[in-house]
Design a protein around this ligand. Structure first.
Ligand code: NAD
Ligand code: LMR
Length: 326
């Protein structure tokens, strides 16, 4: 058995937190040889509910759960943490876009960036789930400049998983038959799920599926899936979001398989003409807990336009939060 890993989850009394904590404690992210100590971080009004979540975690008697700590602020909550799931933030309601949450949620990530820098372990990796997650990750990393670049990423794995599932359902194959389904850009309707380089059983998707469907229903369904879930459930996605957060950190922790790409929003250094500094989703490969953006993929005009449009949107979001950037 390894020594325990300290794993922070903010918004631990919320909906995603409730789905995420139990999977982390069960070993779904770090494996069955890796015990964890959970740092559950909330705001003061949610501490009572958080105590209930802690009771339930304890009642599940998870062998890998070697401790539970609770905090009502990030400075205490992030002490010594190696991994951080930054979930705590307001979700959108029906009729809103995720960007409408910027003013309410942006300031949360100023304090959390500072706390990660000052209190977390030197090897900390964080994933931002709270929306709008790309720009919140930008705020967070801008306030944690003492951390190595790229330690704070944002989650677009849910979009990748949604795209994989749509392709698999349409082609009548398993999700595991879909490869290289990369999502570019912002976790918003401007995202670009690049079906042009995705594969079904190793062959281009376009060999099996109709181009009009791919450019039409497929793109729209993936881009607007979050709204469709809010409309149907009356609340935003929770279990699938928690599952994608686990997929994201599992890739960081264990690395990607040979030939595998995963989608992750990371600081751009200008790849694919995206302005440097934006937190932009790219296909990446990971080894030794460090990602590499997959470069050299050839994109035609259709894809280039989409990649640029999502970058333009992120520039506009960055302008809106200029006062929160250090
Ligand atoms: P929720 O309202 O059920 O829970 C949010 C929790 O965060 C609450 O318990 C709240 O008390 C807590 N919180 C608020 N401010 C906090 C702070 N400063 N520190 C710590 N905790 C804080 O919401 P949810 O359904 O769990 O969703 C959380 C966020 O995740 C939302 O912003 C939602 O839009 C986003 N989300 C992102 C994705 C993605 O793919 N990136 C997917 C689903 C949801
Ligand atoms: C999602 O994609 O399900 C989340 O980002 C929640 C939302 O607001 O759409």
């Amino acid at each position: 058995m390894n020594s325990p890993l300290r794993v922070a989850v903010t918004g631990a009394a919320g909906n995603i937190g409730y789905a995420l904590l139990f999977r982390l404690a069960a070993g779904d992210c770090y494996g069955m040889e890796q015990p964890i100590i959970l740092h559950m971080v909330e705001i003061p009004p949610a501490m009572k509910a958080l105590e209930g979540v802690a009771m339930e975690l304890s009642d599940a008697a998870f062998p890998l759960l070697h401790g539970i700590e609770m905090a009502d602020n990030p400075n205490d909550g992030f002490k010594g943490v190696n991994q951080a799931f930054l979930v705590g933030a307001m979700p959108r309601g029906a009729g809103m876009e995720r960007a409408d949450l910027i003013q309410a949620n942006g300031p949360i990530f100023v304090a959390q960036g500072k706390a990660l820098e000052s209190a977390a372990a030197a090897d900390v990796h964080a994933v931002v789930v709270g929306n709008p997650c790309n720009t919140n990750a930008l705020i967070c990393s801008s306030n944690a400049r003492g951390l190595p670049a790229g330690r704070i990423t944002a989650m677009t794995r849910l979009d990748q998983n949604r795209a994989v599932s749509q392709l698999a359902n349409k082609a009548g194959v398993l999700a595991s038959d879909i490869g290289r389904m990369a999502v570019y850009g912002n976790h918003s309707p401007t995202m670009f799920p690049d079906f042009l380089h995705a594969t079904i059983k190793g062959q281009p998707v376009a060999d099996t599926l109709d181009q009009a469907w791919l450019e039409g229903d497929f793109m729209t369904t993936v881009a607007k899936r979050g709204s469709a879930i809010i409309k149907a459930r009356g609340a935003s996605s929770a279990a699938s979001a928690a599952s994608a957060a686990i997929d994201h950190m599992k890739s960081v922790w264990h690395g990607t398989a040979d030939g595998e790409w995963v989608s992750m929003a990371v600081p751009s250094r200008g790849e694919y003409s995206v302005p440097a500094g934006l937190i932009y989703s790219y296909p990446v490969t990971i080894s030794n807990r460090a990602y590499q953006i997959v470069e050299g993929i050839e994109h035609g005009q259709y894809a280039q336009k989409k990649i640029a449009a999502s970058a333009d949107e992120l520039v506009r979001e960055r302008d809106l939060v200029a006062d929160l950037l250090a």
